[in-house]
Design a protein around this ligand. Structure first.
Ligand SMILES: Nc1ncnc2c1ncn2[C@@H]1O[C@H](COP(=O)(O)OP(=O)(O)OP(=O)(O)O)[C@@H](O)[C@H]1O
Length: 762
């Protein structure tokens, strides 16, 4: 997806700064250019398309030596043309025209907003680029209805009984999704029949496609949208966070990329000319409201949104409110998280717009926010009778599922009795059209994915750093470490950086840009370590996370399920480790009990021979950290003293401004104590750093191994050394994966844990 913008049906890729610069240059002699004839250059931006800081731009391309010229057309509107200096533009053909409001000017041009309407061409998605503005504005000009080309079911036998549009089956084939996941196999036949579905299934089990495929199938089988007017909204997907919403858009993109493209000679997806057959828009917080407004005004078949921003837009856009009333599909993804997220009122308001009875009430005293904001819309539009509602989550309590069924059979209670939880309240607001919504509960026994291997290390709080360090070295791989507080992350990051472990923080107090960057780095480093708060616990579909470490235990079973669900996704192996201090033991028992576990987790085997050296390194890293703080404080104090003295026009003893290797309050000048401002000196700091460097260069050798005589000792490592088959960093350690460790020792009755051996050699 790129930052092209569409105005009056023509697309342009843009970069605000460049265009501004070029406008300044526009006094040069110029010739006009078509947008697609220009030399667009990709700009390096974050590859984590799920979150971005570029105003929703998924890809940015830039131009040099091109400006924009405005001309008035016969209707008095400003028409902009791309122009280039004569030397560069020679031979280029007639101008590319786009219509802009005067008020939009250059800012508006550069301001494409989140645009998931598939107008991008670079990655083979369908594009508006070849459609002239006039064509886009032709009245009642509908795209031709394409016949569904039959799909050979032998190519995807496992999907043959699921009546999806054949185009989607081609997409699934291209993506290598040979088998539907369980939740897809169970829910799709129901949703494709028009039923309402509540789906509960383990993390990473493909719930996004479970609710998206019926929407796409419906749209592909519906008459294509008219080119002349704003697209009627067909589906609304509500997500709790911006990251999740954009990830859902990514998911849809992946399917649509194959579904809506033709193939080139080499069988690669190629862009199709014309407006997108299906357009997907996103409306999420954190981006400019102006941009979001444009997306909505342009119209989309599917809107993926977070409730807060969407409700803001609905309040000022009657057409959008009417669109919500006319929805064919309403999806609530991660319903339980949505409640936690503090946008309950907005979510509730949006959901109420889809209710059939809202608006039938009369009376000026009605202070219902929905009624007030959308009174006209409610009066003039009936909510669609055949709307389908899909509610999906990995954690939706059984009680709630039962209540939902019972409540629906009994019909919503008048005056709404105060319900037990906000989530129940929400579910009570959902106006399922289905007499008996299909509830599919595939939540696994024990809460987490069956093939996830879990283990724990019991240790005192002070040793958690050591065992984390050991684990990261012993089991290299992409590891997500969950820490209970932002302060905890701030303590661990510098420590592990000193130990040369590739660690990246992720928490809510980081700037969005930095969060993005860190996620990118984590994704691109095979042994990267993301140290995060629960901000990373839900929904993030980062490929190949090998391990999740619960450095601090989560407070709820749901949080444990979602955190652990960042690994072992889509049938990949995965491993979750709990670092459990004695004071957390009670909490851990309660946690495991509420997950329905009757067994303690197995202990992780620790090769204790490595620990003393790791401990030394850690100790040095801690001292360096402390010394660094001391030096920082010393500099700060010295600067303060200097500045204050200067301000007061005082002379100060130069000794007081110099560094010292001596301790503070050391006796000087005939036994008198003089307060020194210098704490640990920078010399001491560099000595410590040198010492750590040496330690980091020393090999870490298992017990019974002789690094000097690799053919001797009780364990011979010469073959590993010759063939490079041994452990990367721990000489003599096995190279097995963490999940292999707990293959056979899984589970023993709760509370029967044997006394653990003292693992740390003092
Ligand atoms: N049928 C399939 N075959 C193979 N992979 C699939 C299939 N369906 C979905 N996937 C892939 O599985 C991964 C996880 O899917 P998704 O993010 O939808 O999981 P989820 O159930 O929503 O997880 P969570 O509860 O953590 O949000 C995605 O990368 C997706 O592309």
């Amino acid at each position: 997806m790129s930052s092209r913008s569409i105005k009056g049906g023509k697309i342009f890729k843009k970069d605000k700064k460049k265009i501004k610069r070029n406008i300044e240059k526009s006094t040069l002699p110029k010739s006009r250019l078509t947008a697609d004839s220009l030399q667009w250059k990709p700009v390096k931006t974050s590859s984590f398309s799920g979150v971005d800081n570029g105003g929703g731009m998924m890809m940015l391309e830039e131009l040099d030596d091109v400006g924009i010229e405005y001309e008035e057309d016969t209707a008095g509107r400003k028409v902009a043309h791309f122009v280039a200096s004569e030397s560069k533009g020679k031979g280029k053909e007639k101008a590319a025209a786009l219509t802009v409001d005067e008020t939009d000017e250059v800012e508006g041009l550069a301001d494409s907003g989140v645009d998931h309407s598939k107008e991008e061409t670079g990655d083979g998605l369908p594009s508006f680029a070849d459609v002239a503005a006039e064509d886009m504005n032709e009245a009642d000009d509908q795209l031709p209805i394409e016949d569904e080309v039959p799909f050979n079911d032998k190519l995807l036998p496992e999907w043959s009984s699921i009546p999806l549009h054949s185009t989607l089956k081609r997409s699934l084939l291209a993506l290598g999704f040979v088998n539907p996941t369980d939740i897809q196999r169970r829910s799709l036949p129901q949703s494709l029949k028009g039923r309402d579905v509540v789906g509960v299934a383990e993390t990473g089990s493909g719930k996004t496609l479970a609710y998206s495929l019926p929407i796409l199938s419906h749209l592909l089988r519906s008459p294509p949208p008219s080119r002349s007017s704003r697209r009627a909204l067909s589906a609304l997907i509500l997500c709790p966070t911006r990251e999740l919403a954009l990830q859902v858009v990514d998911h849809l993109d992946r399917i649509l990329k194959h579904a809506l493209a033709t193939e080139d000679d080499e069988g690669q997806p190629k862009k199709k000319a014309g407006p997108p057959r299906i357009s997907v828009g996103s409306v999420v917080g954190g981006l400019s409201a102006q941009k979001q407004k444009r997306i909505v005004e342009r119209g989309a078949d599917i809107l993926v949104a977070t409730p807060g921003r969407l409700w803001d837009l609905i309040r000022t856009d009657e057409e959008l409110a009417a669109g919500i009333r006319g929805l064919k599909f309403l999806v609530i993804d991660e319903a339980d998280r949505m409640i936690e997220n503090g946008h309950f009122a907005e979510l509730e308001n949006i959901v109420r717009l889809t209710q059939r009875h809202v608006g039938q009430r009369k009376g000026p005293d009605d202070d219902d926010p929905v009624f007030t904001s959308a009174a006209n819309v409610l009066a003039e539009n009936e909510a669609r009778e055949d709307m389908q509602t899909f509610v999906f989550s990995a954690t939706l309590s059984k009680d709630l599922q039962q209540n939902l069924k019972k409540r629906h059979r009994a019909g919503p209670k008048k005056g709404s009795v105060k319900t037990a939880s906000a989530l129940e309240d929400l579910v009570n607001r959902l106006d399922f059209r289905d007499e008996n919504p299909e509830v599919i509960d595939l939540s696994p026994e024990g809460g987490v994915v069956a093939h996830l291997k879990e283990s724990m290390v019991e240790c005192v709080v002070a040793e958690k750093d050591l065992y984390l360090y050991y684990f990261l070295l012993r089991y290299p791989g992409r590891t997500l470490v969950f820490v209970g507080s932002i302060d905890g992350i701030r303590r661990l990051i510098p420590l592990f950086e000193l130990l040369q472990v590739p660690v990246y923080p992720l928490h809510s107090q980081l700037q969005q840009k930095q969060r993005l960057k860190n996620l990118d780095r984590f994704k691109s480093s095979k042994s990267g370590v993301l140290i995060a708060t629960d901000v990373a616990a839900r929904g993030l579909d980062i490929p190949q996370v090998d391990h999740v470490v619960h450095f601090n235990l989560p407070r709820t079973a749901d949080a444990y399920i979602h955190r652990s669900g960042r690994t072992a996704r889509a049938q990949n192996p995965g491993f979750a480790l709990q670092l459990c201090a004695p004071e957390e033991k009670g909490m851990q028992r309660a946690l495991m009990k509420s997950l329905g576990r009757s067994h303690d987790l197995p202990d992780l085997t620790i090769e204790s021979g490595f620990l003393p050296k790791l401990k030394e390194r850690l100790q040095l890293a801690r001292e360096i950290e402390k010394a660094q703080h001391g030096v920082k404080k010393e500099n700060h104090d010295r600067n303060w003293l200097k500045e204050t003295a200067e301000a007061m026009d005082l002379d100060i003893d130069p000794d007081m401004l110099s560094e010292s290797d001596e301790d503070a309050d050391a006796p000087v000048h005939g036994g008198k104590k003089r307060k020194r401002l210098s704490l640990p000196s920078s010399t001491k700091l560099s000595n410590l750093k040198g010492e750590l460097k040496e330690k980091l260069n020393e090999p870490l050798v298992a017990r019974g191994i002789s690094a000097r005589y690799p053919t001797g000792g009780s364990r011979v490592i010469v073959d590993d050394l010759v063939r490079s088959t041994g452990h990367q960093t721990l000489l003599g350690a096995a190279t097995n994966k963490a999940w292999d460790e707990v293959m056979d020792v899984r589970k023993r009755p709760m509370g029967t844990s044997t006394k653990r051996k003292k693992r740390v050699a003092k």
